[in-house]
Each structure stands twice: as structure tokens, then as C-alpha cells.
Write a protein that binds this ligand. Structure first.
Ligand SMILES: Cc1ncc(COP(=O)(O)O)c(C=O)c1O
Length: 468
């Protein structure tokens, strides 16, 4: 079904106007084979024209093979493949070089793999459906008739502040907490308010590619700074960096924890050079061994650290909820930018999440998820240690939902992920995390979407491909 229009100023006969609209819609794929055309009687009544005018247009489409009459079902678009029209990109719609340079981080969802080791995927069976549904239903009792606070609802901000204080020792108040659509969105907002196009910002190399894409899309100069076993190498940060983005609790993708000494060194450097720091604490709720270190945000004495958290690992990446905790001085600009772009986070999701946290469902869910993911983590770790071929090494990681394997150093070899994919293994190449340096070989193996009983077979499949 498709809305048809007639232009009273168009000198062409009405039947020709109808014919042209339908033919173009079929040729451009807006009407697809098997779609039913609106009955001619209805079109005639809607447009207040004679039915014969509509049947004339339909007759021409039928004679040219675009549609076929089916008794009792009206006219259907034919299955005859239409030649794909070459589309010339109108200059007005040519994306800018900046936008065109962004490579999508995640491919479009493809066919399911036998072993889903994609970092970022969670076990859908662990999502607490019944509890979440209850929280959503309770929320629907509240009014949803207006725009809401760009910073997030006061109820959710209070719940988040209390929770991060309790779970990660972040010194947060509801006033300082700002709800976002995930961690990457938080980085986007902070960069928008702190760095003008052309300014230099620093990220870890290797690092999290979506953040590099966000910063570049804003016209910022992104500098990649190497990491060692203690975290970002502070002396390699460009002196003019306005903002430094780091993942201290669990470096993405290599997995090390930034040492306390390095944290203090980074803060001292930022103090001297007048830079702000974004601390992305994306997955430290899943800590499998060592005690957490004090967040940068807590060590910061002069208010230059913005702490970022997300529910993409703790609950679901599909919820699109994250948050930041910021010195209050940044709030007016953040609120103004958020309101200008999309006004506010969705109140219904916020209401459900507030209930979910305050009623204790989140703690309960996390206890269960930590247990399950912890079992998979330990099994994956030991299986990799036993089965990886020579030249491959599992990197130490004590938090999070993926393990990283480094490959042979000298490899200029082709990327193995498509080959692994053909063998039923879906994972992410370590190369993708390098935006500046020649990439090291290796892979990120997510275990949250991989059922426990699949862990060992997946590692067998991996090592047999790597051995071949
Ligand atoms: C380093 C890092 N930051 C943030 C995120 C989560 O991003 P978001 O909250 O935008 O889904 C991920 C997800 O894998 C990540 O690896």
C-alpha cells in the first residue's frame, strides 16, 4: 500500500501521474514483488477521481509487466526482477570526507555462528526478562506526556550515584550524574563541549575504535598514545592534548589495569598541561580476580576527570543506557548540547532502570551474571592456555567479558577472522583496535555470548584453524 498524490498544476493526464508514481516506486524498490496495490475503487474514492482513471494506470503497469492481477487478491507487484537503477549521488548528498571516512565498527548483524565469541555480545538467556518487564509496567503508570530533563530523571541519577559509589567507589552525587545513550555517547558529548574542531585529543593505542571515529567525526585531531603493562605511557601524550580518553580498569583491548602510580602520573600531567581526562569504566563490574584500584575520578583532586559507565555489559547493549559523572562546572554546557541534539534520554527506559536498581534487581542480576560469566572466563582462560598454538599468547586480564590473544609478531599475514568465520567462529581481530601504529596480530574472544559447554569446542576450533 502506498499513498498516491495528484498535482492539480501538472498538465499530464491523471492516469499518467498515477502510473509514473507507481512505476518509480516499483523500480526503486519501495514497492516490492508481492506487495498489493490499493484496490482501484479505494484509490478513486480517496483521490475523488473516476475509477476508470485508476484502472487505466493499473492496466498500463500490467501491460508493461510491473504488476499482475490475481483473482480475489487484486493487483500484486510482479516478481519480475527490475533492472537496478544506477543512482548518481547528487552533490548535495555527498557525505563530507570526515563522515565518509568512518568505518562502521560492527558489521551488520550476519548469519548466526556456531560459536559466538563476539566481544560485546551477552548471553540473552541471562537477561532478567521477568524483573525488567515488571519494572517497565510500573513505569507506564507515570505520565509520559512531555519532554524531560536533558540530564536524566532525578530518580535515575540518584539511583546511579548511589550505585557507582557502592559498586565502584566513584564519588558521585545525583547532581553530578548525567544519563547518556551508552558510554560512547558520553564521550561524544564531553568532546563536543570541551574541544573545538582542530583541537588535539589523545586516545590509547591500541584502543576502542568507536571513540576514535567519534572524535574524528567532530573534526578533532586524534593522537594515538602507546600503552605498556601499566597503562597509557604518559610521557608520550602530546603536550597540547585537550582531552585524554583512557580505560584504566581494563584497558581495551589489551586488558591490563592502569597501575596506581600511572594513574597519579596521568593526573599530575593533566594538571600541568591543563587537560581533561575521560575515564571509561565500561566493564569493571565483572572483576574475576584482583581487587579494583581506586578510580581516577576518586584520585582527582582538582576536578578534571569525567567518569563514564554503561549498562551495555551489566544488563544489555540494546538498552542504550550509560552515564557520566562530571564536575558540576561542565553541566550547563552538557545539558544545553544534549537538549539541542535529542532533548533527553527516554523517560520510559529511565523509569524502568530506576526501579530495577532501587528494588535490588540489578544487584541480584549481577550476582548471577558474575557467577555464570566467571565460570566461562576461567574455562576459556585455561583452554586457551592449553590449546593455543606456538606463537599465540593469551594476554592477562582480570576483568571484563573478553580475553585477548596476541599473534605472531612478524605477521604481515592476512586477517584470519573471515577464515575463522567460515569455521563457525565469530570474533574480532585485534588489528581493528589499531588506528595509528602498524597493527599487531591477534584476536579478541568474547565469552559472554558463548554458552559454557561451547567454550572448549570453540577453542579447539580456533586452534585447529590457527594451526593449519
Ligand atoms: C572500551 C569500551 N567502551 C565502551 C563500551 C560500551 O559502549 P556503549 O555503552 O556505547 O555500548 C565498550 C563496549 O564494548 C567498550 O569496549
Amino acid at each position: 500500500m502506498m499513498e498516491l498524490f495528484l498535482d492539480p498544476d501538472d498538465p499530464r493526464p491523471l492516469a499518467v501521474q498515477l502510473y509514473e508514481q507507481l512505476r518509480t516506486a516499483i523500480a526503486e524498490g519501495r514497492l516490492r514483488p508481492g506487495d498489493r496495490l490499493t484496490p482501484s475503487r479505494t484509490v478513486a474514492a480517496d483521490l475523488r477521481i473516476a475509477r476508470a482513471t485508476v484502472t487505466e494506470a493499473y492496466g498500463r503497469l500490467s501491460a508493461e509487466g510491473y504488476i499482475e492481477g490475481h483473482s480475489g487478491r487484486g493487483s500484486l507487484v510482479s516478481a519480475v526482477p527490475q533492472p537496478a537503477r544506477r543512482r548518481t549521488v547528487v552533490a548535495a548528498l555527498q557525505p563530507t570526507r570526515r563522515a565518509g571516512a568512518i568505518v562502521p565498527f560492527a558489521p551488520r548483524p550476519g548469519a548466526a555462528s556456531e560459536f559466538d565469541c563476539q566481544p560485546g555480545h551477552l548471553d540473552p538467556a541471562l537477561f532478567p526478562v521477568a524483573d525488567w518487564r515488571r519494572c517497565c509496567l510500573r513505569t507506564l503508570d507515570h505520565a509520559l506526556g512531555q519532554y524531560d530533563d536533558p540530564q536524566g530523571t532525578p530518580g535515575l541519577r540518584a539511583a546511579l550515584a548511589n550505585w557507582v559509589l557502592r559498586s565502584r567507589g566513584v564519588a558521585a552525587t545525583a547532581e553530578q550524574t548525567f544519563v547518556t545513550s551508552g558510554a560512547a555517547h558520553a564521550v561524544d558529548l564531553v568532546a563536543r563541549v570541551l574541544a573545538d574542531p582542530g583541537a588535539t585529543v589523545a586516545v590509547e593505542e591500541p584502543g576502542y575504535p568507536p571513540v576514535v571515529a567519534i572524535l574524528r567525526s567532530q573534526g578533532l585531531r586524534v593522537a594515538g598514545v602507546p600503552v605498556d603493562e601499566h597503562g597509557i605511557v604518559v610521557e608520550a601524550i602530546p603536550a597540547n592534548a585537550r582531552l585524554v580518553y583512557v580505560t584504566p580498569s581494563h584497558q581495551y583491548p589489551l586488558g591490563m589495569v592502569m597501575s596506581r602510580r600511572r594513574r597519579l602520573e596521568l593526573l599530575r600531567w593533566a594538571g600541568r598541561s591543563g587537560a581533561a581526562i575521560v575515564e571509561d569504566d565500561y566493564d569493571s563490574e565483572f572483576r574475576h580476580a584482583a581487587r579494583p584500584l581506586e578510580p581516577l575520578q576518586r584520585l582527582d583532586r582538582d576536578g578534571r576527570v569525567i567518569y563514564v559507565g554503561t549498562f551495555s555489559k551489566t544488563l544489555s547493549p540494546a538498552l542504550r543506557v550509560g552515564f557520566l559523572v562530571t564536575p558540576v562546572t561542565l553541566l550547563p554546557a552538557l545539558r544545553a548540547v544534549r537538549q539541542a541534539v535529542d532533548w533527553c534520554p527516554p523517560p520510559a527506559t529511565q523509569g524502568a532502570l530506576t526501579e530495577f536498581i532501587t528494588e535490588g534487581y540489578l544487584d541480584r542480576h549481577l550476582r548471577r551474571a558474575r557467577r555464570r560469566y566467571g565460570e566461562r572466563y576461567r574455562l576459556l582462560r585455561s583452554s586457551l592456555d592449553q590449546l593455543l598454538p606456538a606463537g599465540y599468547r593469551r594476554l592477562p586480564a582480570e576483568a571484563g567479558l573478553h580475553l585477548t590473544v596476541s599473534g605472531p609478531r612478524d605477521a604481515a599475514d592476512p586477517d584470519l577472522t573471515p577464515i575463522l568465520r567460515r569455521h563457525g567462529l565469530r570474533l574480532t581481530s585485534l588489528r581493528r583496535s589499531y588506528a595509528f601504529e602498524p597493527a599487531a596480530t591477534g584476536m579478541l574472544i568474547g565469552f559472554a555470548g558463548l554458552p559454557y559447554q561451547h567454550v572448549v569446542p570453540a577453542v579447539h576450533a580456533l586452534s585447529s584453524v590457527l594451526n593449519s
